[in-house]
Design a protein around this ligand. Structure first.
Ligand SMILES: [Mg+2]
Length: 265
């Protein structure tokens, strides 16, 4: 299906439609165009530091009205995965208060202390991280058979001055210490994409994933059999794309060019 015929647009947020609290030029217009032409968009983000409500608030401050149906986060995907496999089990979580609240609201048993009988260690992007949390995770993973899960493999997250360490980097500290690798749940795994198809009722063929990162956004499309469009406003550039094994179907300088290419005159 041609890009202009797609009915569901799955957008990465950071580096794709916005940077910090500012739209990348054309971002707001593209989202309006999609909505006004009866198509759908969902933001898919590996950022687990905040819940859906705080994203709705962020976009409202940026002048865009969204609702809960417009977001699927790595926290949503993690909750889905945990509900299916760890119901009634004890999960030690390295994550923000908002992430832990969301998991608890979803019925999961979360502990933030070292204690016995922990079935799983879950690491998110935690910008409230302390050394004690890392130490506890290492101890649990060393002394028991607890599973090791993490929301997303991203090593860094864009910040106004450059980058800060993301979940993948936090996991590397633990992996270096205990010699165990986590199973990641967010992009590029297809779980988060499958949730989007399910809630939108759209097929893989009528969907496109738009993002700035090859090893998460673009790879998630490749793993799910969904077309992808890379934008060059974030992490990647044409040189990296030409060297990478993860090739997008489309390359655009920015979301503004996507709008120009799909707009029916
Ligand atoms: Mg991004």
């Amino acid at each position: 299906m041609e890009l202009s015929e797609k009915n569901l647009f799955l957008f990465d947020i950071d580096g794709t439609v916005s940077i910090g609290e500012k739209f990348i030029p054309g971002g707001h217009e593209l989202l309006d165009y999609i909505k006004n032409t009866g198509k759908k968009y969902i933001f898919i983000t590996n950022n687990s530091t905040r819940g859906t409500k705080s994203y709705i608030d962020k976009f409202r401050r940026m002048g865009l009205e969204t609702d809960g149906m417009n977001f699927v986060t790595a926290a949503t995907a993690s909750l889905r995965y945990l509900s299916e496999r760890y119901k009634g089990k004890k999960i030690y979580t390295v994550g923000t208060k908002s992430f832990i609240d969301e998991l608890r609201a979803g019925g999961m048993i979360i502990t933030e202390k070292f204690e016995s009988g922990i079935d799983c260690v879950l690491v998110g992007f935690d910008n409230e991280l302390t050394y004690r949390k890392i130490e506890n995770a290492c101890r649990i993973l060393s002394e028991s058979e607890a599973d090791f899960l993490a929301t997303n493999p991203d090593l860094v997250c864009p910040a106004p001055f450059g980058f800060v360490p993301d979940c993948g980097s936090i996991c590397r500290m633990i992996t270096e210490a205990v010699g165990r690798e986590p199973v990641f749940l967010g992009k590029p795994e297809r779980l988060i994409i499958d949730i989007c198809l399910e809630i939108s009722g759209c097929s893989a063929d009528e969907t496109v994933i738009v993002g700035d990162r090859l090893y998460t956004d673009i790879l998630s499309g490749i793993k799910s059999g969904i077309d992808t469009a890379a934008v060059l406003t974030g992490e990647t550039d044409r040189q990296e794309i030409s060297r990478s094994e993860y090739k997008p179907n489309y390359i655009f300088d920015s979301v503004k060019d996507i709008l120009e290419s799909i707009r029916v005159n």
